[in-house]
Design a protein around this ligand. Structure first.
Ligand code: UDP
Length: 578
């Protein structure tokens, strides 16, 4: 064999090997470079150090993991590891690997109608959340992910341009969802997926965490495939108190779970975060008139202000969302004795009022205050301790209508003539569903000359019925525990006479409390009967002889009641046989 040929062949193989190695190295460098760019992107986003390679390995190895709370889509919040989002497909992606977890495992029930509500508004079909599923192997064919290393809270805002919706649907639920999950701390990231721009009150959302909230439309600029390292999806509905009338006419929620304490804890947090000007607050008692400047106007506002000041001998301050910063408004209201305003979203600022203050809500002609009660319900939350009165314009000559305006500002000229006439003649808007009832919009966007004597009369009556500024201590609303060591003794007196003596010890927590009035309720039920005899007692023992029969078994239920209204739990039932 020719030695030169051997050398040549050797050289060619070495060269090929070197070339192959070079190509591999280049590929590796390209991967590393790409990962570096993606790492930088993630880091710029969150100022958190991220091990891109490690995160990618975790995603490829473990896939997505999900564990949720809640039994229904309406009360579900889910925690995810490695939940991804394709900004091209506008879809969340669950990547399956052998290590994936999906709990609850709903199968196709996940689409009936959805995994969860993304906003705090219950079961609204524009607010559903779901994801599409892929095997992790599909990642090979997809754009390299950009990781969002902050703990994210992914939700929808419901109507970010309306202050009532901002507080009720978003801020309270966001704050208390964050309280529920400890890693949703000040360094976590809010991600709003409803698709709106920042909206009029974005500054308020920014107070909830130290990081700029992300909007859906930002996500595309961050990458084609985003993966949230750790995220929570959904929003607690625990703090909402009102339903807007999507399936039945609007009104208080059926099962309100929030009290004034939680409302005020949040407003205190917000006040401390709001950077308001150092404008001095009046030291004497004062009335805040919250005025609207675009529509639903009070046409004799100056006269009203003067009359209120004279009647109640207080200063008055007029604010509007146009002329004051939100911080200044909140700060002013937080010390006011009375808040007066037309019905409207600005009245949600009543959450800032101190205990004992009064809310005066004005309604235009034809609008029944009992049918629209988001602010009345707010003031009536237990522990809010606010007084509320509604005034309604009953004089048609004092109302100003705008039939020519666009439909969403109450115009009705687009309707047929008979319908227009019917609406104009109608004296009260009948109950209706949300959100486009033309008669409702026509009436609620009227301007009003407020009849001052009738308004003052209503306020004075309201003050009389619930006088004074009282500071309610939370210890006044603590519930008793169970009574302890309950016992019964029985004796038979004669053929149809018997006695049943019952005794018990005070609830355990009572010895640490100062309670004005302690009573015990005892129910005596003959075994097998549906009815029972109730007794209200002041002492810890009692002998019953009326209606007690010999040789009969009685079930005895005992509970403690503080101050007439705070009903404790029943102790374990006693079985007492005469
Ligand atoms: N708004 C305002 N001044 C006005 C009219 C509206 O500040 O003259 C605010 C209002 O407080 C709410 C938003 O604009 O935050 C939307 O008002 P809209 O009348 O649509 O809703 P409503 O107040 O009836 O809930």
């Amino acid at each position: 064999m020719n030695i030169a040929a051997v050398f040549n062949a050797l050289l060619v193989s070495v060269l090929a090997a070197v070339l192959w190695k070079y190509v591999k190295l280049r590929e590796h460098v390209a991967v590393v470079e790409e990962e570096l760019i993606l790492t930088r992107q993630s880091q710029e986003l969150s100022q958190v150090r991220i091990d891109y390679h490690g995160a990618l390995q975790a995603l490829m190895g473990d896939g997505t993991r999900m564990v949720c709370t809640g039994r229904m889509h309406t009360d579900r919040i889910c925690r995810f590891n490695s939940l991804c989002y394709s900004t091209e497909a506008n879809e969340f992606i669950f990547f399956h690997s052998n290590a994936s977890i999906m709990l609850p495992s709903l199968g196709s029930r996940r689409f009936q109608p959805a995994l969860l509500d993304l906003s705090s508004v219950e079961d609204h079909n524009t607010q559903y959340f779901n994801f599409v599923e892929l095997p992790v192997a599909a990642l090979k064919f997809m754009p390299k992910p950009v990781f969002v290393p902050d703990v994210a809270l992914i939700t929808n805002r419901f109507n970010p341009d309306n202050l009532m919706h901002v507080f009720h649907d978003d801020l309270f639920p966001l704050y208390y969802t964050m309280q529920q999950f400890p890693d949703l701390d000040a360094e976590s990231r809010l991600v709003f997926m409803e698709g709106w721009n920042e909206g009029l009150h974005f500054d308020l959302y920014k107070l909830l965490s130290n990081k700029q909230p992300l909007l859906k439309q930002h996500l595309g600029t961050l990458g084609k495939l985003l993966c949230f390292t750790k995220s929570y999806v959904g929003l607690s509905k625990m703090t909402t108190w009102y339903q807007y009338g999507f399936v039945q006419p609007q009104g208080p929620k059926a099962n309100i779970l929030v009290s004034g304490n939680e409302i005020r804890q949040f407003t205190r947090f917000l006040l401390s975060k709001l950077n308001r000007s150092s404008e001095a607050i009046p030291t004497d008692e004062y009335i805040v008139i919250f005025s609207r400047t675009v529509n639903r106007l009070i046409l004799n506002e100056a006269e009203l202000i003067l009359a209120l000041a004279q009647e109640f001998n207080m200063k008055t301050v007029t604010v509007s969302l146009d002329d004051y910063s939100f911080g200044d408004i909140a700060h002013l209201i937080s010390n006011a004795s009375m808040l007066v305003s037309m019905h409207g979203a600005q009245l949600v600022t009543a959450v800032f009022l101190p205990p004992g203050a009064m809310v005066v809500e004005l309604f235009p002609y034809g609008v029944n205050p009992d049918h629209y009660t988001p602010y009345k319900t707010l003031t009536a939350l237990p522990g809010m301790d606010l007084h509320y009165v509604a005034w309604r314009n009953t004089k048609e000559e004092n109302t100003f209508t705008f039939p020519e305006r666009p439909w969403d500002q109450g115009g009705i000229s687009h309707l047929d003539k008979t319908e227009q006439e019917r609406i104009m003649k109608s004296q009260e808007v009948p109950r209706h569903l949300c959100c486009r009832n033309p008669e409702w919009l026509f009436r609620i966007y009227q301007d009003t000359i407020v009849d001052i004597p009738s308004l003052i009369d209503i306020i004075k009556k309201g003050i009389k019925s619930k006088p004074g500024r009282k500071k309610q201590k939370y210890t006044n609303s603590l519930y008793p525990g169970k009574v302890r060591d309950a016992k019964c003794e029985t004796s038979v007196q004669g053929a149809d006479e018997a006695k049943l003596s019952v005794s018990w010890q005070i609830p355990w927590n009572l010895k640490y409390l100062k309670v004005r009035e302690v009573k015990y309720e005892v129910w005596i039920q003959e075994q097998g009967e549906n009815t029972y005899m109730p007794y209200m007692l002041s002492h810890q023992n009692h002998t019953f002889s009326e209606n007690i029969k010999p040789f009969t078994t009685y079930l005895v239920w005992i509970r403690c009641i503080f101050n007439k209204t705070l009903l404790g739990p029943f102790a374990d039932v006693l079985m007492c046989s005469t």
